[in-house]
Design a protein around this ligand. Structure first.
Ligand code: PMP
Length: 330
């Protein structure tokens, strides 16, 4: 019989898929590392597992302990699954702008979710940051992973994502392209690939226009999970050779093309990373192998990126002609 004993053993070892349509006119091979095949549906399962295991080893997290993290997204899901499997309790703190669907996913795994008002100053006692700090202080056996500063975030990618890519490409990878949020993926995977290839792999960060990584001021953008308005310590900027800034419009249009042309229903940061990967691949030759990492699935963005009305409100859809289209309500 072939079976897994635990959801935990399904983390990692995600497939590489060749992009065959959005790459037309490009000579280099462009491969996507499809992270939605992780059990929690995103790349963040990798860091959740490694951060929890390291905290068990160091004694920071003990049997029956509680994991407290300010997150509403993919990291929360990863932590919730690993915690459920290992018998820990989770409390997630998130701002009130987060959709009820996301909150319900975390609660489905047995986590508690504390929702904080967005419209208060960071110093206010009810702010997202202050509430999570207070919960850590006041909850017995509490431990806060803090993905932005936890070295086990990049380490998980150094130990898993990097070696997987080297093996899957038979050492032929020449370029690695990924979005930067906490910086864990690019720092850990990039460092491994540079070491194992003796510097031959070029590491490219994709960043939303406006984020600090590409020289922006931290002004708002709509792509989720990437870009920052501060420099987290999980990000080792010495690993990145080049940063490509991508607009929201280009990111979301490519996200839609990936579903229509490649059968890949993925999130907006994936579209952003693919735009950056194609810009890099355009200047390369047939022997180059570009790997682009796609962090999550498009299921969490159906009412935004995959909703014409939302896209139109922001001017992200091309102007349609006058001719009626199937699906139009006339
Ligand atoms: N895309 C999405 C959807 C994410 O949730 C994240 C994680 N914040 C990233 C990209 C970036 O990954 P990292 O934090 O490892 O830089």
């Amino acid at each position: 019989m072939q079976f897994h004993d635990s959801m935990i053993s399904l983390v990692g070892n995600t497939p590489l898929l060749k992009l065959g349509n959005v790459t037309s006119g490009i000579q280099a091979t462009v491969l996507a590392k499809v992270e939605y095949f992780n059990p929690g549906g995103s790349v963040k399962d990798r860091i959740a597992l490694r951060m929890i295991e390291a905290a068990e080893e160091s004694g920071e997290l003990r049997p029956g302990g509680t994991i407290v993290e300010p997150t509403s997204g993919n990291t929360g899901v990863g932590l919730a699954i690993v915690a459920q499997q290992k018998g820990y309790h989770c409390i997630f703190v998130c701002p009130d702008k987060v959709s009820t669907d996301k909150i319900n996913v975390l609660r489905a795994y047995g986590a508690d979710v504390v929702v904080c008002p967005t419209a208060v100053d960071p110093d206010h006692p009810d702010s997202y940051y202050n509430v999570s700090d207070r919960l850590v202080r006041e909850t017995p056996g509490a431990w806060k992973p803090d993905q932005y500063s936890n070295p086990n975030n990049p380490r998980s990618h150094y130990e898993t994502t990097g070696p997987e890519l080297w093996e899957q490409t038979d050492g032929r990878i020449t370029h690695f392209v990924t979005g930067i949020g906490t910086g864990g993926t690019i720092s850990g995977t990039g460092r491994y690939l540079k070491e194992v290839s003796e510097g031959r792999v070029t590491v490219v960060g994709a960043d939303p226009e406006g984020s600090v990584y590409s020289g922006g001021s931290g002004r708002p953008y709509l792509v989720e999970g990437v870009g920052e308005d501060f420099w987290p310590s999980a990000y080792d900027r010495t690993v990145t050779d080049e940063i490509v800034a991508v607009s929201d419009k280009d990111s979301f249009q490519m996200t839609r093309r990936l579903a229509k042309e490649e059968g890949l229903l993925v999130g907006g940061s994936c579209g952003m990373a693919v735009v950056a990967a194609l810009r890099v691949a355009e200047r390369l030759g047939p022997d180059d192998v570009v790997v682009v990492l796609l962090p999550d699935s498009g299921r969490g963005y159906l009412s935004k990126i995959f909703n014409d009305e939302w896209m139109n409100d922001y001017g992200f859809l091309e102007q349609a002609g006058d001719a009626p289209r199937v699906g139009d309500v006339l």
